[in-house]
Design a protein around this ligand. Structure first.
Ligand code: BGC
Length: 931
């Protein structure tokens, strides 16, 4: 069927995805140079994931239909470098046939974190050891949307089966290599607790590398690609060591007590001993020396800029490789406490041959030394300041392995007077008191005693700011005959165009429809813009957005290329490579008539158990921002757009619509918004999705300070903002209860589009949202609604959807009849309803249409699950796809959905239902005739 064909894959995209997946693999240990494998070695591979490779996590970020996938065992076999222990390989193949992959029934968030492992006895391992001297043990994990990891066996910890497999393998083999096919960091204590653990000579975090990840892992192990990835997170000895551990995973509230001390910022400042593998660490197959050359300051735009020059030398004699030069700043503890080290710059070299060298230059802006004063203690409240004192720069290839660099020939870079770098506003401040971590006395080992201080609370209330800043109303003109394209052609201004729209038009415009809307590419997340005939008449196109982030999700069955997960990409430390890869991704988006990809995901890895960490990059905001900016630049080059998400603090999946982040302004700015700021300022991001959760009392979808004060006023953003799907909002000024109906507060905050109401529900206001009512009651001004309408239209003007607009108006798919049908059928003229008997498994029916009719197709469906779950059903007529319809859990209630209008000719129709994801029940499908 047409819908299952790969529409397009940019030339070389899979090849580049393979390179990126390989370059993001992190080698944590490689004793006796056990890797890369020697020519013609025979390898025994244990663990079912050698064949059942996890290419991604679960949920919307993992749901890419791929044409093929790869796995490690076959990748090694096809490498032509090593041989596999075929007997063991076949044992696994046969065992998997008997013990197939358990997807938990295929429902939303139902897939378990890991799969049952084949028991490996000592005898079996010893038998394998007769055939090969090296063993590989593959451990796999998944997690995802609505499914956080847990500190349990099978999730964060290894299972008993896995431990026993590993134990028997190390008992039998001298040289064991552990490959972790995971989306998140997992517990690594087995490296210390297992007896004979010293026989684990190598450990690779292979992550989820997308559809080419199996090949990519083999590439690194065979030395086709040199190991070069560096951790974008700290691996601590125990889960309890992470400073957010006590406050992660709550039901309604998480206090961000660790403040800015996330990841290495905490460990380097307070608890160095808790670290097993430091941030930025990763081995290569050769040895590099980073030789700092000249480091000097110069003026750029009247501000000093640090220029670091130097040389990287490959000291090895056998292997080439690439190294990452990392620069960390250590600032003074003047008045504001700060982390012992902060990453301020990095650069990855090219491939350096053995004995070879490469010069580098890294530029660090003065502002990289600044911190946000949210207390006013420096005398500069709500400013980024570079405090007076001494700054030391450390250069190295991990946060731990560094040396001090001389700047302008001195060991310390001295700032005589505290300088204000940026004067900003109090925004998003906490409304409840709590204590946050801060450094106390410096200890002899260079760390600090851990102390706590009160956060400063909100002083400036929003009312005056919101109401004092209302946009002017553009006088309503009615239809002047302008279409949106006239703005692009200079025939009218955007204001003149928007002046034509009635309040109802604009209230419709701010509603996106979805998922699986027939008005756009099948099976995608939303259609927005021209969602009514009136809006289409104004030439407002229907734009399409699709998940993201690592490949295009088209539940309709179109195939797409699945890329490595965000964490793997971050571990390449190579924004240039990421930009190239996403330039190709942009082509795939364009060719599928999609205007914006719902990605990259760029929340901070606050805690290892967050189920969606795989979609995100790092615990560090600089890496996060640089990777996201590169992704945005790559995608946007094609005239389509990336949507950076989820702004902000979507740090856990459990109760993600309600869990409130209670957090200081400083942590918000320096950690959780910093990546977004970089993506906006350096990547020129034009589309943003907000998160579900409230932050200091205000839900993200109606958070004026976040999406107006900071994003638009301080950062100068003029793009589009959308909510996450089925988001809730509370009062933009007075807070109160959250609801899907509070679109007036969303609009007031300049969160432009509500995602999503059900298909064909925008014009009808099926959610019963309060936009029009709020205008009538004076809780929202027309100017504010026009401001969002302008933000949306400005965005649409630059999307490919504008070129499609002419073809969409009143487009009705036509369905031809079958010549013959079955007896005992239902006739559409008399009984437009085709009863489906609460079908939940593939089924079919025949019906007859008595003459040519235009019909509205309506279904009655139910999904006995809560609304966090999603499922789809696919309907075909006479072998041609009619519609894919989607629903969230309906808690067992039957609901109706109007799917589409379609023209049927007279004759027989064969209706078939398929259930690509289980759970939905279909009572009937009704073809309501218009003529
Ligand atoms: C997710 C988003 C996703 C959207 C559309 C939401 O549930 O949080 O990341 O883009 O659904 O699938």
């Amino acid at each position: 069927m047409e819908a299952t064909k790969t529409k397009y894959s940019a030339d070389g995209m899979a090849r580049l995805a393979r390179k990126a997946a390989a370059e993001g693999i992190v080698l944590l240990k490689n004793e006796n140079n056990v890797l890369p494998f020697d020519e013609n070695e025979t390898i025994s591979v244990f663990g079912r994931c050698q064949l059942e490779y996890y290419r991604s996590g679960t949920g919307s970020g993992g749901a890419v239909n791929v044409a093929y996938t790869t796995n490690l065992a076959d990748g090694l076999k096809n490498s032509n470098k090593v041989k596999l222990n075929e007997e063991l390989y076949n044992t696994y193949k046969n065992w998997i046939k008997e013990n197939p992959f358990d997807n938990g029934g295929g429902g939303w968030a139902a897939e378990p974190w890991c799969q049952k492992e084949m028991p490996v006895s000592y005898e079996m391992a010893a038998e394998a050891a007769k055939k090969s001297s090296k063993a590989v043990v593959v451990i796999g994990r998944t997690a995802g949307e609505d499914k956080d990891n847990k500190a349990e066996e099978g999730s964060f910890y290894l299972t008993g089966e896995e431990l026993s497999m590993l134990q028997n393998v190390v008992n039998a083999f001298e040289n064991v290599i552990v490959v972790l096919n995971v989306g998140n960091i997992i517990d690594m204590s087995f490296l210390q607790t297992l007896s004979y653990a010293f026989r684990i000579k190598a450990v690779l975090y292979a992550w989820h590398g997308g559809m080419e990840g199996g090949n990519a892992t083999a590439d690194v192990m065979t030395g086709k690609v040199m190991a070069q990835g560096k951790l974008s997170d700290t691996i601590a000895r125990s889960i309890e060591d992470y400073p957010s551990n006590v406050n992660h995973g709550g039901d309604l509230k998480n206090i961000y007590q660790e403040d800015i001390y996330v990841g290495y910022r905490y460990f380097e400042t307070f608890d160095k001993n808790a670290v097993m593998f430091p941030f930025g660490f990763g081995l290569s197959y050769t040895d590099f020396e980073i030789a700092p050359g000249e480091c000097y300051t110069r003026l750029r735009n009247d501000k000093p800029e640090l220029v670091i020059e130097g040389m990287v030398n490959n000291k090895g004699t056998k292997y080439s490789g690439r190294e990452v030069i990392q620069i960390y700043a250590e600032g003074p503890q003047t008045k504001l406490g700060r982390p012992a080290k902060v990453l301020v710059g990095f650069k990855k070299t090219g491939v350096i041959p053995p004995g070879g060298s490469e010069e580098f230059e890294i530029l660090i802006p003065f502002s990289a030394l600044s911190v946000f004063d949210d207390t006013g203690i420096t005398g500069h409240p709500n400013c980024y300041v570079v405090e007076k004192g001494d700054y030391v720069f450390h250069i190295g290839n991990s946060v731990r392995d560094t040396k001090v660099m001389l700047v302008d020939s001195r060991a310390k870079y001295h700032i005589g007077e505290t300088e204000v770098v940026e004067k900003l506003n109090e925004a998003m401040a906490p409304i409840e008191s709590f204590k946050r971590m801060c450094p106390g006395e410096k200890k002899t080992d260079g760390t600090y005693t851990l102390e706590y201080e009160n956060v400063s609370l909100k002083k400036n209330f929003l009312r005056d700011r919101v109401l004092g800043n209302l946009p002017e109303v553009i006088e309503y003109t009615g239809d002047k005959g302008y279409v949106l394209k006239d703005v692009a052609d200079g025939k009218c201004t955007l204001d003149e165009f928007v002046a034509q729209l009635s309040n109802e038009d604009m209230a419709t415009l701010v509603r996106g429809e979805g998922m699986c809307n027939v008005k756009v590419t099948p099976g995608t997340a939303s259609a927005f813009g021209g969602v009514s005939d009136r809006l289409l008449d104004f030439g407002i196109p229907i734009a399409c957005c699709a998940d993201g982030p690592s490949g295009v999700r088209m539940d309709g069955g179109f195939k797409a290329t699945q890329l490595p997960i965000g964490t793997a990409l971050a571990c390449t430390w190579d924004p240039d490579l990421v930009e190239k890869l996403f330039t190709m991704q942009g082509k795939e988006i364009l060719i599928n008539n999609i205007d914006t990809l719902l990605g990259p995901g760029m929340n901070i890895h606050r805690h290892p158990l967050n189920g969606r960490n795989f979609e995100y990059y790092s615990e560090d905001p600089l890496i996060t921002g640089k990777m996201a900016a590169a992704t945005v630049r790559g995608i946007d080059k094609n005239g389509v757009f990336a949507t950076i998400k989820h702004m902000a603090l979507n740090s856990q999946e459990h109760n993600r619509r309600k869990i409130e982040a209670v957090v200081s302004q400083r942590a918000i700015r320096e950690i959780y918004l910093k990546g977004f700021e970089i993506a906006v300022k350096e990547g020129n991001a034009k589309s943003i999705m907000t998160s579900y959760n409230p932050i200091n009392g205000y839900w993200s979808a109606s958070n004026y300070d976040m999406t107006t004060t900071i994003l638009r006023e301080e950062w100068g953003y003029d793009g589009l903002v959308m909510t996450d799907w089925w988001a809730t909002m509370n009062g933009a000024i007075d807070r109160g209860e959250d609801s899907v109906k509070h679109t007036a507060d969303m609009i007031r905050s300049q969160n432009d589009v509500y995602m999503v109401v059900s298909n064909n529900g925008a014009e009808l206001n099926v959610n019963g949202d309060d936009t029009i009512q709020a205008l009538e009651e004076g809780r929202l001004t027309v100017g504010e609604l026009q401001r969002c309408a302008k933000n949306i239209c400005r965005f649409l003007l630059n999307t490919p959807s504008l070129k499609r607009v002419g073809s969409l108006r009143n487009q009705i798919p036509f369905m031809a009849s079958e010549k013959t049908g079955e007896a005992g059928v239902q006739e559409i003229a008399k009984t437009p309803r085709v009863e489906l008997g609460n079908a939940k498994e593939p089924t079919d029916r025949w019906f007859y249409c008595d003459r040519e009719r235009i019909v509205n197709v309506v279904v009655k469906i139910m999904y006995d699950h809560s609304n966090i779950a999603q499922t789809v059903c696919k309907a075909s007529l006479n072998g041609k796809e009619l519609n894919i319809f989607q629903t969230n859990g309906t808690d067992g209630n039957w609901i109706y959905q109007k799917l589409l209008r379609v023209r049927l000719e007279e004759g027989w129709y064969h209706l078939e239902l398929e259930f690509p994801k289980p759970g939905m029940q279909v009572a009937y499908m009704e073809f309501v005739s218009e003529n």
